[in-house]
Design a protein around this ligand. Structure first.
Ligand code: NAD
Ligand code: IPM
Ligand code: MN
Length: 373
């Protein structure tokens, strides 16, 4: 990645809590720009259910162009409540007609979902201290452009007059190899232990996945591979999460286990993510648009600001400033503040609103040492 002085960043506000979270991301981006003598051209553009209502498509042409031209993309969550979704034809719903096409367009096959609770935040976990010890620190690496999400789909009426559906879980060996290489590389840079999450006792796709894994593993003799069936992994995430450092899995397993990751942290609001392709990357919280709390200024923006921090590291080559952003967020928690998802009654945590969290983060970031060379 070449370091530049000026970047175009597409901002896809999304639905529900998306715009509220994006406001806080922008505060951080504006400050990062000012502190680092760079130009961040921030371009808001419609995406999601609101875009469908306003422009007739959840991923409008204009947004495609802006994203094509952008150095990086930051995306808020999209989607509506189950009931409200029914107002949009199935094939125009933003998950199918915007989010999956975004992932496919930029071939963002490597989804990094850190599940991390530094020691100072360990009390937020619903797990007992005896289970999580000093905190949680793992990264789930989810294949993001294959599997049942993108396989052939067919619906119809069969010979017996019954409605039926077929959805195909498809992978070719190259799709598997590239995500496994990413995971091995990450594991090599951390504790050199890679948990391979699969379901080879049932799925042929997992059998192929594991075959490819043993081929790739030959290039990483220093990385220990531990195989785990996905159902067992779900249990062990609750009973003994500290055994995990890097986990790799196919698309659907990663969707489900990463939300469980948010559960063991205490809130999905602590789940940022990076969606990385070889040419382009986009960044989004792992969670959805939270229709139950939208418009109330109470959503936790950590997931969104964390996604900005991941962008600084992976797309803009600003690792030191990225670290400053993480530390600024953690300092807000360390001072005893949180949004209500984590400040349960009687928890000794002072409840603050979404915008106040963002303000406190920028106050802390403004005091961090400059990273300008
Ligand atoms: P959700 O992730 O939106 O919400 C699950 C629970 O977590 C809710 O109680 C919500 O209030 C809470 N939560 C989520 N983010 C939070 C935050 N930042 N702060 C505090 N609490 C937070 O899941 P859902 O309700 O199943 O889905 C709602 C919509 O989001 C659906 O339309 C779904 O398709 C969509 N969705 C989109 C994405 C995405 O854009 N990548 C991801 C997941 C779900
Ligand atoms: C996520 C979401 C999406 C997924 C949906 C909204 C299509 O749940 O990013 O985790 O399943 O990938
Ligand atoms: Mn999900």
């Amino acid at each position: 990645m070449s370091k530049k002085n000026s970047y175009k960043i597409a901002l896809l506000d999304g639905d529900g809590i998306g715009p509220e979270l994006m406001n806080e991301a922008v505060k951080v981006l504006d400050l990062v720009e000012a502190r680092n003598n760079i130009k961040l051209e921030l371009i808001h553009t419609p995406f999601g259910a609101q875009a469908y209502f306003d422009c007739g498509h959840p991923f409008p042409e204009q947004t495609k162009q802006i994203c094509d031209d952008a150095d990086a993309i930051i995306k808020g969550p999209i989607g509506l409540s189950h009931e409200a979704s029914q107002k949009i034809p199935v094939d125009m719903q933003p998950e199918r007609a915007a989010l999956l096409p975004l992932r496919r367009r930029y071939d963002t096959y490597a989804n990094f979902r850190p599940v991390s609770l530094p020691p100072g935040l360990a009390h937020f976990s619903p797990l007992k201290k005896s289970v999580i010890g000093d905190g949680i620190d793992m990264i789930m690496i989810r294949e993001l452009v294959g599997g049942v999400y993108f396989g052939n789909k067919e619906t119809g009426v069969n010979d017996q007059g019954l409605r039926y559906v077929v959805e195909t879980l498809e992978y070719d060996e190259e799709q598997i190899r590239r995500i496994l290489k990413v995971a091995f590389n990450v594991a090599q840079g951390r504790k050199k232990v890679l948990h391979n999450i699969h379901k080879s006792n049932v799925l042929k796709s997992s059998v192929l996945w594991n075959e490819v894994l043993s081929e790739v593993a030959k290039d990483y003799p220093d990385v220990e591979v531990r195989h785990l069936l996905v159902d067992a992994a779900a249990t062990l995430l609750c009973l003994n999460p500290s055994q995990f450092d890097v986990m790799v899995m196919e698309n659907m397993f990663g969707d489900i286990l990463s939300d469980q990751g948010g559960g063991i942290l205490g809130s999905l609001g602590l789940m940022p993510s990076a969606c990385l392709g070889d040419q382009k990357a986009y960044y989004e919280p792992s969670h959805g648009s939270a229709p139950d709390i939208a418009g109330k200024n109470i959503a936790n923006p950590y997931s969104m600001i964390g996604s900005v921090a991941m962008m600084l590291e992976y797309s803009l080559g600003m690792a030191a400033e990225s670290k400053n952003v993480w530390q600024a967020m953690q300092s807000v928690f360390a001072q005893g503040y949180s949004t209500p998802d984590l400040s349960k009654p009687g928890s000794n945590v002072t409840m603050i609103k979404t915008n106040e969290f963002g303000d406190r983060v920028t106050d802390a970031l403004a005091k961090a040492p400059s990273t300008v060379d």
